[in-house]
Each structure stands twice: as structure tokens, then as C-alpha cells.
Design a protein around this ligand. Sequence first.
Ligand SMILES: [Fe+2]
Ligand SMILES: [Fe+2]
Length: 574
Amino acid sequence: MSLLLQTVKSESDLESANAAASTGYAHGCADTDSKSVQQFQQALSTAFAEPFTLMNVETGAIIHADYDGLSCELSERIGLLAEVARRGRPEIVEDVSPLVMLAIPLPSTKKGPKLVAVGVFPQLQIEHEHQVAAAAQIFGVDASRVLRWILGREIWSPRVLLHLATAIRDSFVQQDEVTRLRSEMNDAIDHACDAYTELGLLHRLTRHLALSENESELWQNALAWLSGSIQSQSLAIVANQAVEDYELTDLFTDDIDGVWIYGESPLEAVVLRELIERIGTPALSQPLILSQEQTSLPTWHCPEVRELVCVPINGGEQPLAWLLAINHRSQAYGTPDEFDSVDLRLLSSVGTILGIHSRNLGLYREQSELFSGLVLSMTSAIDAKDRYTSGHSHRVANLSVALAKQIGLEKKTLDTIYLGGLLHDVGKIGIDDHVLNKPGQLTDEEFEHIKQHSQFGYDILCGIRQLDNILPIVLHHHENWDGNGYPHGLTGTEIPLMARIVAVADAFDAMSGDRPYRKGMPYEKVDTILKNGAGMQWDTRVIDAFFAIREDVQNLYSDTSSQEASQKKVLTVN
Ligand SMILES: [Fe+2]
Ligand SMILES: [Fe+2]
């Protein structure tokens, strides 16, 4: 039984104070939970066999009081108790025989309220009322009540009271510290797990950027991978239809109204698009997170959507599309049913990567188109300069690719050979027109001049990094297997294979086509020359490939549309 503290005016006041304690007043790691406060009080009651009064020394509010005791005006001691709380250790705040008052500050955080537990104990057994008169006056209670209260109670030494109080408080401080560290460790583990999940997803995504030739597939894969990391009812990508100069139409061909949905969407694609349009592009130029608090307002117009995270996929001045997670789906009981900053960050990272990838693809397409235009312009310039060999570049390019395929070269090399075939004679731009188009036989001097076109071509193209791979073709397509060619007189396998292939295609087209000084040879004669030249002028392996596809070569040449088709072929920037 302890002293009744007059600061509590009524039972309702006490209930209010206790309610406040249960919602906010606490100590240590339990600022918003009174459980630890109750545990501390319980520990004191058990150890001292006396209930304690609990006071908030910042406000003077009594958090807990015992009615079944003596009355004492504790509010007069609030300054003293506040000092005890500041010093942070148990103290005897009144010592007037036969009573002693013990104050114990509860462990608290910097932000938490300052609570002090106060208990009154007898330190001497008494028999007469006059023995308690002085103490009763100091403690503000009636002497006869003190006498009744003290009879039969356990007698305490102030020193023992302090030791026991200090031990109990220290044990709670340590327990709080352990709880705090455990909480920090759990937070760190959660954070590490989130970071690991995010990194894993981003790694998978970025790895597929290089492998992905199909942007649509990459975007849809991103949705599928995200579904394993974000607990949502559904994920979606909604195209920004205001973006016209981007090939979004190619991305969304097989879906409704520019919307991809992954999972069970509570909304139809069309309604989802309407939702985005209603929120508005300006609001969606930045990541947006809508919580249940916002969607429960009467102004929210889409009750099927409880929570929403929306991030832009930026590909330029305005978003190409938006990436959405709709309605959080809790994994376990007790898990908050809301998206958090981890979900937002993950979606933003994926949106950023998809946006950058799209922008890079757009630039790559532009660069490829520019490059294709440049190559076709140079090809046209060659054909225009040498009027007798119009279409020669395209025919050589196509035949060279056919020969390389027959030999079994890989796709990337075929692309290089095609480009090399188109540009193998680009050096003719530097040859005098009257020599190039001379109707009669060339003099030795004129022939030496024409032979320079290999080196001229190399010099023209060697400054273009993307054409590095075709330089061996341009420079060496007139080398002979036996070393009698030009410009370097290379022999056998010294001559790059791609140049040996183009040499055969070049010879076939040159012999079968008209020349300024003669008409085109019949195919039979050309075939004979090629066969006889195998192992001397040309690589036998390439000549064998030529005759293996001889019929196809015929078709290639008879197909008048082949040149036209080849002009439309998209060239690859290496
Ligand atoms: Fe040539
Ligand atoms: Fe040629």
C-alpha cells in the first residue's frame, strides 16, 4: 500500500492519464507502448512488495496511483523529481524518521517522456503517534493514518532501498539496449534483404538489356520479374499515347490500347488508361505513391484501386509510359498492407533502366538509319561514276553473302561481308572518269592508275570506326592466291578470307557483265575461267562454294528485284 497522491483529482482523470500512457507514454525502446512501463512497475512491486506511484515530471501528470493508501501532496516535489529524472539514478528524496521516500527514474529515450516511480517506506518500527508527527507533516499526511499504515509493514534501510532500485533499473536499461540492438539488427536484415532483392532484379534486367533484341519482350519480362519482388495484385505498363515520335506502337501491337497487365488487375485495360489520364501527366512525371489513406477519401474516383505506385518510364522530354503496381498483397498476417519506399525505389529503378534502354535504342536506330543512308549514298556514287558497272556493288554484296553462307561463316561475318561487298570499289571515286569509262583497252599507265582504287578506298574509309571490319575487303579484294594480285601481292591465306570471297564474286560479276571495252562473257566461259583460276588467282575453297551454289547464283542474277530488295536491307553498325 502506498501513499495516495492528490494530483489525481478523480478516477476519470486517472483513466485519461492511463489512456495517454498506453498510446504515447513509455520509456526506452517502447516510446509508444506502455507495456515496458507496466513491466517496470511490476518488477518494482514484486521486489519491494509495495506499489509505486508513477509521475510524468515534465507535465506533472500521474500515470499510475494507488488509492488504497495515505494521502500525500506530491506535486510540491515535482522540481525535485525532475532533477532525479535528469540525473538518471534512484535517489532518496525524503528521509524523515520513520518514513523514507524513494524516487526511481524510468529508463527513457531523448524523445520519450520523463517518468519517475515514487514509493514511501517505513525505516523504523514505531508504537506511538508522536513518533510520526514530524514525518507526517513533512509528507503532508495525517499522523494517525501513518501510524495505522506502518504497523506490521516491512522495515527498510534507505541504503538497501537504493541498492535494490539501482539493480532493477540497471537491468531494465540493459534489457532496453538489447531490445534496441535486436530491433536495429532486424531492420538491417530487412534492409539487406530488400537491397539483395532489388540488386538481383536489376542485375537480371541489365543482363538482358545486352541480350534483348526485342524491346517488347524485355518490357514484358521486366513485369514478370517485378512480380516476384513486389507484393501487388497486379503490375502494368501504360503507354503514353501523347508520345508520337516513338515506336511505341511496335511495342504494344498485341495488347489493348497500349496497356500491358501482369497479374489479376482489378481494372480493365481501358479503365486503367482512363485512370492514368485522370490523374494527369504532370502529376505522373514523377514517381507517385497513393496510400489507403488517400484512396479512402470521397474524392478518390476509383474504388477498385486501394493502393497504387506509379513511376514514369522516361525516354525523353516526357514519359514514354508508366509502370504501375496496383493494390498491395500482404504475404503474412501482420504485414502492413501498403506499398513502401522499397517498392517505390524498385519500380523507379526498373522504370529508369527501361527508359534509358529505350532512349538508347532510339538513338541506335537513328544512327543505323544515318549509317545506312551514308553507305547507300556512297554505293550510288560509285555506280554513277562507273556507268558500265551499274548495280555492280549490290550484286557483289549479295553474291559474297551467298558464298560466305555456303562456306559456313557466322551471321555477324555475313553482315560485314555484305557491307564490304557494297563498298569494295568505293576507291573508284578517286579514279579519273575518262580512265574508268574508257571504251578501249587501257594503257599500262591507266591500268596502274585504276589499280590504286583499292588503296584509295582504304584511305577513304579508314577514318570511320564503324567500317574498320570491312577495310581488309576494300584493300585486298584484288589480291591473287598465287601472289600476283595487288596492292600488296599477298599469297594464299595471307589474304583475309572475306577478301578472297569478295574477289570471286567481283570477278564473276565483272566477267559476266559488260565492260567499256567488251560485252559480257557467256556464263559457260566465265565458269571455265573460274575453274581454271582456282588455286592460282582464287581460293579453291571459295571456287568450290561458288559451284556448289551455281544454280542459286543464276537465280540471284536473274532476279531483277534482288538489287532493289538489297537496297532496303538494314545495315548493321559494327
Ligand atoms: Fe575493285
Ligand atoms: Fe569490283
